[in-house]
Design a protein around this ligand. Structure first.
Ligand SMILES: [Ca+2]
Ligand SMILES: [Ca+2]
Length: 249
């Protein structure tokens, strides 16, 4: 009953005689030994960054094949950030204080103007969204604090003009004309993962303290899925304004 199964397939080896096969097998296993020896002798693993061109050229062809295989699996993380834009705020204005509290992956996200859980999204599930750029100001109290962003093309996004041709959207506006709203936050974001590169100007301003003596906002910026920075922004009188220059590449 099992006659057909095993023996019928055997003819294939006729392409190369048994002796030759053994020869190949020996060469193969020698190659594996040599390859693993070369890999073991190789210094650090440059392949992970995908910039193996320099080092790969100095190794044999057997050594350069491996990095390529490794490069493929390491490619997905960057594509998850789709667009991979990055941002910097090199010169925050005077009077603000950088928030150095570190986020943690296992921390619960709260609506506080910070990326508590380290996923690059400021205030997950707080009623406003993130994207290639997310700019958020969050505060407590009745003060009417405004967020305004001017994009590289000169278009300003604020409560009076909530979208821009470059893809911005103001999806949270709070305490306008001293009318309390929840959450008390303003949020402007570019939903696309590829917002235009260039110089952005962000204004965090107190329009009216609405009877309070002072106010303090927590202000965060996230670009390309990474938080660029977070600051405490103090206000002691209305029409007080702080300007944060943001560079997006
Ligand atoms: Ca978050
Ligand atoms: Ca938060």
């Amino acid at each position: 009953m099992r006659r057909p199964a095993a023996p019928v397939i055997l003819p294939k080896p006729s392409k190369s005689p048994p002796s030759e096969r053994m020869h190949h097998r020996a060469i193969k296993s020698l190659g594996v030994v040599l390859t693993s020896y070369v890999l073991a002798a190789c210094p650090p693993p440059p392949p992970s960054r995908g910039t193996s061109s320099n080092t790969a050229s100095s190794t044999s062809s057997g050594g350069s094949r491996r990095p390529r295989e490794n490069d493929t699996p390491t490619t997905p993380p960057p594509t998850r950030r789709a667009g991979a834009v990055s941002g910097t705020i090199a010169h925050p204005p005077e009077g603000v204080t950088a928030i150095t509290t570190q986020c943690a992956a296992d921390r619960a996200e709260t609506c506080n103007g910070l990326d508590d859980n380290c996923d690059g999204v400021i205030d997950n599930n707080c009623g406003y969204q993130s994207g290639g750029i997310q700019i958020t100001a969050s505060w407590r109290g009745a003060a009417d604090i405004d967020l305004r962003v001017t994009d590289p093309a000169g278009a300003e996004v604020y409560f009076g003009s909530r979208t821009s041709p470059s893809g911005a959207q103001m999806d949270m506006d709070a305490n306008g004309e001293c009318t309390p709203t929840r959450p008390t936050a303003e949020n402007i974001r570019w939903s696309t993962q590829t917002p235009p590169p260039g110089e952005y100007q962000i204004k965090v301003a107190a329009f009216d303290l609405c009877g309070a003596e002072n106010a303090s906002a927590t202000f965060s910026v996230s670009v390309g899925g990474r938080v660029v920075g977070a600051w405490t922004v103090p206000f002691t009188y209305p029409r007080q304004e702080y300007i944060f220059p943001l560079t997006v590449r």
